[in-house]
Each structure stands twice: as C-alpha cells, then as structure tokens.
Design a protein around this ligand. Structure first.
Ligand code: NAD
Ligand code: UDP
Length: 319
C-alpha cells in the first residue's frame, strides 16, 4: 500500500514510518518540522519506498494514497501552548484537509486523538463512552478541544460521506526520539536524572498517569488501522497507573541515580488522574501492551544516554 503519515518526522510518526516500511509499504512522511526532526527519519531517507514532504497540513495536499495516519500536531503542552491558534488550525483545518483527501481518493484515515478529550476525568478508568470533563477556555483547550473537534469531523465525514475512519485515543506514550527538551514528564525526569539535576514535580506529585511504551502503541495503531469497520474511538494506552512521585522513583531506578526532587506549581487544568480502560482494544484488536514501565524506561534511558551530547535543558510547561 501507499501510506501517508502526517507528523511523520515526530516522535510517534517516525516509529510508525519505520514499521510501515518494514512491512513492505510505500511511505510518504509529511511534516512541517515544528517539533519533528530530520534526525528522527534520517536513517529512512535512503529507502526507495520512503518519501519526505515538507508540508503544513493546514494547507490542502493532493496525493494518491491508500491509507492516511493523521498524527500532525504538537503533543507536549509546552509546544501546543506556544502558538495555541496554530494548534487549533492544525487540528481543525489539518483534519478537514486530510479528510478531504481521504474522501477524494477513497483512502482509510486514522486520526491520532488523545486521552485529553476526557479532560480532568470524573470517571476512572476512562472508557470510550465517557464524554469528558474539559474546560473550553483554558490553556489546554487549544489541544483538548481541537482534538475533540477533530473527532467530530471524523464522525461527520463518516456519516455524511462514508469516509472509512479510525479514531485512536492515545494515552501518554514515551520512548526513544522524544525531544530532550520536550517538556513532557518522562523525558524531563530522565534528562534531569542523567544531568544530576533535581527532578521537577509539578504540584504534590499525587496526580496519576498511565505510560505506554512507543512500540506497543505503534502496534496498536497499525492493528486499529487494519481492522475492518471499527468506526468508534478506541483507547490505546497502558493501564498501569502511577503517581508522578512514583514515576520519579522509577526513573531513579532506571537511571541508577540518586535523585533529588524539586516541587513546582501545578499548571492550570492539569488532570488529576488518568488511566485507560482498554477492553475495547482487547476485544476488537486483540491488543494490549507488552512492555511494562521499568523495561520501557530502561530502553528510553539508553537512548538519552547515547544522545547525551545534545541533551538540552528540560523545559517547564508554562511560558
Ligand atoms: P511530536 O510533537 O513529536 O510529533 C508531532 C509531529 O507533527 C511533529 O513532527 C511536528 O513537526 C508535526 N506537525 C505539527 N504541526 C504540523 C502541521 N501543521 N503540519 C505538518 N506537520 C505538523 O508528538 P508525538 O508525541 O509524536 O504525537 C503525535 C500525535 O499523537 C499527535 O497528534 C498527538 O496529539 C498524538 N498523541 C500523542 C501522545 C503521546 O503521548 N505521545 C498522546 C496522545 C496523543
Ligand atoms: N509533570 C511534572 N514534572 C515535569 C513535567 C510534567 O510533574 O517536569 C507532570 C504534569 O504536571 C502532569 C504529568 O506530569 O501532571 C504529565 O505531564 P505531561 O506534560 O507529560 O503530559 P500530560 O499532562 O499532557 O498528560
């Protein structure tokens, strides 16, 4: 098949391009390089079945493809809040453009949605039929509401035009190729531990997240794309739930470092708890994560150690 991956030079996108090439497909990686890097895909550039296109999804594009993975959108709060209007445009106009393409060439399209559509959830763990608890005027809304509208567009193009859609609600995912100064908690903690700095816990560190290793997530995305007639959203994530304080301890173990903690203010609208119910993914895709936190952290630490020369200062999620 010929497959386009928008956001293909980013963290998840680059792993996905790699897996699709390995499976024998032709891959077009489309990216505007906002948070993506050539380094993430440099090893793919010699492959004759790989094509790189510098393009912004807020502009239409004409391509002959069989499948579209729409991943283009900054995922870290610091990056999506840097230019929130652009984040909304990427999610809304970008998704319309990709749906228009899917409709025109009759391609199947998968939207990378997010657990953020549940906001600060009032039910736990989160099932796909929960409608969410989202602040529509907060600093996270450009992303949360952008992604919610992207889901709406997917469903409406499906109902109105018969577009063959898939919606993956991705929960926190980590692994090699996260930006060192990305601002997300796993990369921040690993970089801080390796540099002998204090680990920055926002709030009391009692908020929880569930962390999925990238290889598991990519397997889930590919299975969802290639399973017939799954038009409803599907949660993809690792149901193991950790407080941020527990995560700090796990990072200390994985890096084999004594770490000190520095407590900083909790960002506005930071969800208190998050854990996916993955019953639907288990039943429909036969999927569940295989790599648990300590093992995944060790692989990620190895990556950051190998790239230590260019480890930049970790950043805060507020401007
Ligand atoms: P990332 O920031 O590493 O990758 C995003 C990619 O999209 C980058 O290469 C960036 O340059 C590109 N991009 C951004 N705006 C664009 C635009 N307007 N036009 C073209 N390209 C654009 O983030 P990631 O972690 O790889 O996330 C990929 C997708 O998965 C995103 O849609 C994100 O919302 C979703 N997601 C990720 C996670 C996670 O934990 N990693 C969780 C939930 C959802
Ligand atoms: N966090 C933290 N220290 C950091 C970065 C993040 O304590 O250096 C917290 C953040 O407040 C949130 C959790 O870790 O509660 C996950 O943050 P991240 O930005 O990785 O993802 P998201 O909030 O989008 O789930």
């Amino acid at each position: 098949m010929r497959i386009v991956v928008t956001g293909g030079a980013g963290f998840l996108g680059s792993h996905l391009c790699e897996r699709l090439l390995d499976a024998g497909h032709d891959v077009i990686c489309l990216d505007n390089f906002f948070t993506g890097r050539r380094e993430n895909i440099i090893h793919l550039l010699d492959n004759r079945r790989f094509e790189l296109l510098r393009h912004d999804v807020i502009e239409p594009v004409l391509l002959e493809v069989d499948q579209i993975y729409n991943l283009a959108c900054p995922a870290s709060p610091i990056h999506y809040q840097y230019n929130p209007v652009k984040t909304v445009k990427t999610n809304v106009m970008g998704t319309i453009n990709m749906l228009g393409l899917a409709k025109r060439v009759r391609a199947r399209i998968l939207q990378a949605s997010t657990s953020e559509v549940y906001g600060d959830p009032e039910i736990h763990p989160q099932t796909e039929d929960y409608w969410g608890h989202v602040n529509c005027i907060g600093i996270r809304s450009c992303y949360d509401e952008g992604k919610r509208l992207a889901e709406t567009l997917m469903m409406d193009y499906h109902r109105q035009n018969g577009v063959d859609i898939r919606i993956a609600r991705i929960f926190n995912t980590y692994g090699p190729r996260m930006l060192e100064n990305d601002g997300r908690v796993v990369s921040n903690f690993i970089v801080q531990a390796l540099k002998g700095q204090e680990l920055t816990i926002y709030g009391k560190g009692e908020q929880t997240r569930s962390f999925c290793y990238v290889d598991d997530l990519i397997e889930g995305l590919i299975r969802l794309m290639n399973t017939d007639a799954v038009f409803e959203p599907v949660n993809l994530g690792n149901p193991g739930e950790f407080t941020i304080r527990e995560l700090a301890e796990e990072v200390a173990k994985a890096t084999n470092r004594e770490v000190k903690i520095r407590y900083e203010p909790l960002p506005q609208d930071d969800p208190q708890q998050r854990k996916p119910d993955i019953t639907r993914a288990r039943n429909l895709l036969g999927w569940e994560p295989a790599i648990q936190l300590q093992e995944g952290l060790k692989k990620t630490v190895a990556y950051f150690e190998a790239h230590a020369a260019r480890v930049a200062e970790p950043v805060r999620s507020e401007k």
